[in-house]
Each structure stands twice: as C-alpha cells, then as structure tokens.
Design a protein around this ligand. Structure first.
Ligand SMILES: [Zn+2]
Length: 175
C-alpha cells in the first residue's frame, strides 16, 4: 500500500517566472540567429527573485560562455564554463532564474535533458523552445520543466505552461 499523498504534493509552491515581452522577443531572436535553423542553441536567464517567484532581466547565450557548446548540433555545455556564468551573476548581483534551449521539433524533454539539468537545484526551471525558435513562440508553445531533484521534473505544457512562464507587456512607469 502506498502512502503517497497528492494533496501534500500539490502544496509545493507554484513556480512562476516573469519575463517582459521585449526581453522574450530579444531572446527568441538571438536563439534563432545562433541556431540558424540547423542546430540547437540556448541561454541562461538571469534575474532576481526569492524561491518560486522569479523575474528575468537579462540572459547570456551558452555559446558566448562556451564557444564550442553548439558544435555537435545539440547543446553540450562544458562544465568548466560555469565559472564565467557565476562571475557574471556576482558582478550584476543576479542569479540564474531559468535555462532555455531550442529543439528541432517539439518541446518535449530528451533523455539527456532529464538526466543533465543545467542547474541541479530543486525548483530550477528549464524551458524548451520548439522548431529552433524559427516561428513566433508564445508561452503556450514552450515546454516548461521544473526540477524536483533526483532527475525528476514537473512538466507544464500548453495552458499550464502559461501559468509558470508569464511573458508580460510592461506597463508604462508614469511618475
Ligand atoms: Zn534538449
């Protein structure tokens, strides 16, 4: 008999990642450009936020940190380059709020995506963008995965993806 309790599980705080529409467009543009429609590309999203509530304010492309990481056609980020990433975070007082990479087809996780989280901290958010980001990408198109530890992931797709990934148009700041 199992004492697995779905009620307790559902109490895990709902992660939320806010990204301004302009930043998202810029990110998609760069991923599209770096992938050239023929190979995967990716980035770390940097930002601020405590626990499950996070906001992205910038990004750093994988191949700007590790020049060889796209050479195989899929992302293979060399662990030696994490130092540069942490250095950037320290310099700007930001943290890694998510990672994102493109896939040739759908936005499902590959076996390697599941077994090699870019940041192995429970609660980390990994985004997968379909079609090498060649077409406009809304939040509902993105595969949103939340790391649970021990190579297990929460999976948010379609309408549920839009609950975690909030791409918002910034209101004008009138003072
Ligand atoms: Zn992948």
């Amino acid at each position: 008999m199992s004492f697995f309790n779905p009620v307790t599980m559902s109490r895990a705080p709902q992660p939320r990642l806010r990204v301004a529409a302009a930043l998202w467009e810029e990110l998609m543009h760069r991923l599209r450009e770096r992938g050239g429609g023929v190979h995967e590309s990716g980035a770390f999203l940097l930002g601020t936020g405590e626990g499950p509530q996070r906001a992205a304010s910038s990004f750093v492309l994988y191949d700007d940190l590790d020049p060889n990481c796209l050479a195989e056609g899929y992302v293979r980020f060399d662990g030696r380059y994490y130092g540069r990433l942490w250095e950037l975070c320290r310099r700007d007082s930001l943290s890694v709020v998510a990672d994102v990479h493109t896939h040739p087809g759908g936005a499902g996780q590959s076996r390697s995506d599941k077994t090699h989280p870019m940041v192995s901290i429970p609660g980390h958010i990994a985004l997968i963008v379909p079609n090498y980001a060649q077409t406009p990408v809304s939040a509902a198109d993105v595969g949103v995965y939340v790391y649970r530890g021990r190579y297990r992931w929460g999976n948010y797709r379609g309408r549920r993806a839009t609950i975690v990934l909030d791409i918002h148009t910034e209101e004008l700041q009138i003072q």
